[in-house]
Design a protein around this ligand. Structure first.
Ligand SMILES: C[S@@+](CC[C@H](N)C(=O)[O-])C[C@H]1O[C@@H](n2cnc3c(N)ncnc32)[C@H](O)[C@@H]1O
Length: 249
């Protein structure tokens, strides 16, 4: 069984990856997926904040990367803060969105996140499955819980297991990838960069934190390719509500 190893700094690894691959983000930009996520954000607005004035909504986008989604979140919901632990990604997000209204970026590890006010919505596009260790996934959900207002929502799109992945993932559902761990000199190592769980396991993780699930759907029309360039993963969309300060479960 793979255990958490504090010697692995995912912050450092993502930062290097952004430094090396930024061009890919700009050139390819995955615009079809961005359009799907925009529609998903509009659906979240209708489900969670129907007819609510956007002046009353504030959003935290977890793992915002270079902020490719942040502008439309701000357009749909109102004031949006993007947080990412990669200093380089955040510096690019700030540059790219310098003229956008209602957007603000913070360079922090979400697992240690602290902010003076609470949020109406925490939006996660593909950060949760990038957290491989189970204890960190619990911390991710705990931080989401602590930083939401009562009645606030956590909405996420995340990778979910299907049988086709049995040969690609290890027995713990970890996806191992050869990643850059140093730029000068160039060093690459095999590391677990994704944890892809079954839908019921993700459901239990969220319920165990006290959330009430209001939306839970595997998007069978929507798949994403793993970094190996060929394995297709299903995506799960979840909306969970913090109904009160008291945990329901
Ligand atoms: C797959 S990328 C998704 C980027 C962005 N959400 C998007 O859809 O374009 C995952 C992002 O999560 C960030 N991330 C991973 N773990 C994090 C943590 N503990 N705190 C903050 N950001 C984190 C990474 O730096 C990376 O930008």
């Amino acid at each position: 069984m793979s255990e958490k190893n504090d010697l692995i700094s995912f912050k450092h690894i993502y930062d290097l990856s952004y430094r090396r691959n930024l061009q890919k983000f700009f050139v390819e930009n995955h615009s079809e997926h961005v359009d799907c996520l925009r529609q998903w954000a509009e659906e979240i607005k209708n489900i969670c904040f129907f007819s609510q004035d956007t002046n009353d909504i504030n959003v935290l986008e977890v793992g915002c990367g270079i902020g490719r989604l942040t502008p439309f979140l701000a357009q749909i919901f109102g004031q949006t803060i993007g947080v990412d632990f990669s200093p380089y990604a955040i510096s690019q997000a700030q540059k790219l969105n310098v003229n956008s209204q209602g957007i603000f970026f913070i360079n922090q590890d979400f697992l240690k996140f602290s902010y003076p006010s609470k949020f109406s919505l925490i939006f996660d596009s593909h950060c949760f499955h990038c957290i491989p260790w189970n204890e960190d996934r619990i911390t991710f959900l705990k931080k989401s819980w602590e930083n939401l207002k009562i009645g606030g929502f956590l909405a996420m799109e995340t990778m979910v297991y299907n049988n086709a992945l049995s040969e690609i993932l290890d027995e713990d559902g970890l996806y191992w990838e050869k990643v850059l761990t140093s730029l000068d000199p160039i060093v690459e190592n095999w590391l677990p960069t994704r944890r892809v769980k079954r839908a019921y396991e993700i459901e239990n993780e969220i319920l165990n934190m006290g959330f009430k699930i209001v939306y839970f759907k595997v998007q069978d029309q929507l798949k994403i390719v793993l970094p190996d360039g060929k394995s297709m993963v299903d995506l799960l969309r979840v909306i969970a509500c913090k109904k009160s300060n008291i945990k329901i479960n």
